[in-house]
Design a protein around this ligand. Structure first.
Ligand code: GLA
Length: 359
């Protein structure tokens, strides 16, 4: 009889370093306790998935997955999550099938990486093994094929590699990571704006093209000269100014977090939001308003939109113990959690997908 398995992956919250991963900058996200779980059994010749959050089912033979893998394109006509599942499974090329149910406690489309969390959990459930960087690349490329969104490495890499109780500094050009321990006197609160966006339909790809156009003239933007960026034609000047400034803010945020200096870190979050709104044009009036509202509340050190923008969540840095009961909601207090591969034994024995009783 096939053994039961449980594969889990967290969501991610980006503290700072927004829209710089695909420019080769450094980012400072963390993994969340909230995430995605697959309960099921491995074996047989088919991939069969059902989900709490998404309509439809996935039902594909291993032969079909092998054909998809050879063709390099996901099947047409499936719901979005099924297309992503097929693209991930084709890339993993599993030796055995999987029958599983997907559940989780991440809001979908809220900027907390529900899709990368699902994709990482699925790859692990299918028996994928290797380094966090390889897994992140596999998921990033599968998302690009399935959804046509040219995302960066940040989301799957922090979901795979985060250490507990720490943010993860990722150098996206080198693919290297370093945990930055989280101080106990600071907390993070995530507030969902309720505004939903679909990355594929957003200006994400446009922004990426603009950043690449700016880099074609200036060289890699993280090291570019701000004076030269100011000479670019609009809107490339503003896009480049955001990336250059955001990369500097990430470096300063690492220092502030290491020193445990909340007001400095908070001011960096505020500056990040201002730049994302005015220069990078990925905010919305309602998000700007929510950020301004939170900043005026006791205990709040700084706030900004998190994730790609165009809706989704705002993250606020607060003094530990700040009362959020009267905040616009839902307001979720979060702590940095371990990434999927940081679970002990994961890569040795199939780890989170080793046989275990469903929780
Ligand atoms: C999305 C993408 C990431 C990153 C952010 C913006 O979450 O998946 O790769 O580009 O937007 O920082």
């Amino acid at each position: 009889m096939d053994a039961p398995l449980l594969a889990r992956a967290p969501g991610r919250l980006n503290l700072i370093g927004e829209h710089v991963d695909y420019a080769g900058g450094a980012v400072l996200p963390l993994a969340l306790q909230q995430g995605t779980a697959l309960h099921g059994t491995r074996g047989g010749e088919r991939l069969r998935l059902t989900s709490d959050a998404c309509a439809g089912t996935v039902d594909l033979s291993l032969d079909k997955l092998a054909a998809l893998s050879a063709a390099g394109t996901p099947p047409a006509g499936l719901p979005g999550w099924a297309t992503l599942a097929a693209a991930v499974a084709a890339a993993v090329a599993p030796a055995a099938g999987l029958v599983a149910h997907v559940s989780g406690d991440l809001p979908v489309g809220a900027g907390l990486s529900s899709s990368a969390s699902f994709a990482v959990a699925l790859a692990l459930a299918l028996g994928w093994r290797g380094t966090a960087l390889d897994l992140a690349r596999l998921v990033r490329d599968a998302e690009a094929r399935a959804r046509g969104v040219p995302c960066g490495l940040m989301d799957p890499l922090v979901i795979a590699a985060a250490a507990p109780d720490a943010a993860l500094l990722i150098d996206c050009a080198a693919g290297t990571t370093r945990p930055v321990p989280w101080p106990s006197h600071l907390e993070l609160v995530v507030v969902d704006s309720g505004l939903r966006r679909e990355l594929a339909g957003s200006a994400y790809a446009d922004r990426r093209r603009e950043v690449e156009a700016a880099a074609a003239r200036l060289g890699p933007l993280p090291a570019a000269d701000p004076a030269a960026a100011a000479e670019l034609p609009a809107p490339l000047d503003r896009r480049a100014r955001h990336v250059i400034g955001e990369c500097a803010r990430v470096a300063a945020a690492v220092e502030a977090l290491t020193a445990g200096h909340g007001p400095t870190l908070g001011a960096l979050l505020d500056a990040s939001h201002a730049s994302l709104s005015a220069d990078f044009a990925v905010s919305l009036p309602a998000l700007d308003q929510l950020v301004a509202d939170l900043r005026g509340r006791p205990g709040v050190l700084g706030a900004r939109l998190t994730g790609a923008g165009f809706g989704g969540c705002v993250v606020a840095l607060v003094e530990a113990g700040t009362d959020v009961a009267a905040w616009p909601g839902p307001a979720l207090r979060v702590r940095p959690a371990a990434g999927a591969l940081a679970v002990r034994g994961h890569t040795d024995d199939g780890g989170a997908c080793a046989p275990q009783p469903p929780a």
